[in-house]
Design a binder for this molecule. Sequence first.
Ligand SMILES: [Zn+2]
Length: 341
Amino acid sequence: MVSLKGKVLLKKAAAHLFKGSYAGLGQIIVLHRVLPKSNVIRVRNTGIEISPEQLEEIILFYQKNNYHFISIDQLPTYIKENKGKFVIFTLDDGYIDNLTIAYPIFKKYAVPFTIYITTDFPERKAVLWWYLLEELLLKHTQLKFNYAGIEYFYTLETIEDKEGAFGQIRALIKSLKPSQQQELFAHLFTARGIDLLKKTNELALSWVQIQELAADPLVTIGAHTVSHASLAVLSPKEILDEVYDSVNLLQNKLAREINHFAYPYGGPEDVRLQEVKVLELTTLVSSTTGREGNIMFDHQYHLHALPRLYIGPKTTLEQLADFSSGKTPFLRGARCRVVTV
Ligand SMILES: [Zn+2]
C-alpha cells in the first residue's frame, strides 16, 4: 500500500513527466513588427509590435536554454530525427522594420528567420487597414458609415470606445472577400480623404528590400497570400489562387523556390480543417497557423497545421519559460498537446 506522502510524490513525478511531454521538440515563434517603444496613445495594433530589446532578450533566453536556432526548411528533418530542442523565428506580413531593426539583431546572433510575405505589400496594393483604422479612431469622437445597406455608428469618446469599435470593424472587414473590402474601404477611408496606400508606402517592405533580405542564407521567404484575406471566406479555388499567385510572384521576383506558407490571421475562425485540406493539396512543404502549441513528433503528419507561439509586447520571459517547458500547455489540458486546428 502506498502512503499518502508516496501518492503525492507519485503525482508530482507524473506531473513532471507530463509537463516534459507537453514541451515537445521545440517551437515556432510568430512576430510581426520590431520597433522602438513609444509613449504615443494607441488603439489595438501595439499587440503586433515588440521592441528590439525584447527580441534580443528572447534570443538570449533560447541561447541560454541550449535551443538550436533552425530555419523552417530544417523543420521536417528535426521532427523526424529528433536532432535536439529547436526554435524557429517567423515574422508575418512583410514590414520594413523586419529589415531595418530585426535583421541586424538576428544577424548579430546568427539566428535564421522566416518572413512570410503578403505579396500585395511590395506590390503596393495592400491596404494596411488596421493602421488606417487606428488613426481614424484616434482622430474622431464619433464615426458613421454605410456598407451593404447598413448604417454603422460608433461613439468614440474614450479609448475603450475606440478599442471596441476597432474590434467590431475588424470583424466586419475579416468577414469580407478582398473585392468587398475595397468597397468598404472607399466608404470608410477614401470618403474621408485618407490615402488607402499611405501606410503601405510607409511600412511595407519593397521588392528591392525583400531581395536584399532573401540574399542572406539566414533568411527564408515564405508566402502569406496575395491580399491577406481570411481564407475562411474564400472558396477552395480562391484559396488556391491566393496561395499560388503569391508563391509564383515571390518565386519570379526572388528566383528561388518558395516552400512555406502562413495562414493570414491564423485563428480558429480563419483556419479550419477545410482550409488545411486545401493547403495539403499544394506543393508547399509547411503551413503555420496562429494557434498556440509546441511542436510534437506527430506534427510530421500535420505539416500544414503547425501551431506557433505568439509573442507580443507584454509577453514575459517567465511566460515564455512556462510555455516552452510544457507547463502552460499541460495546464491548458489534454487537447493542447498536439495542437493542429
Ligand atoms: Zn498576417
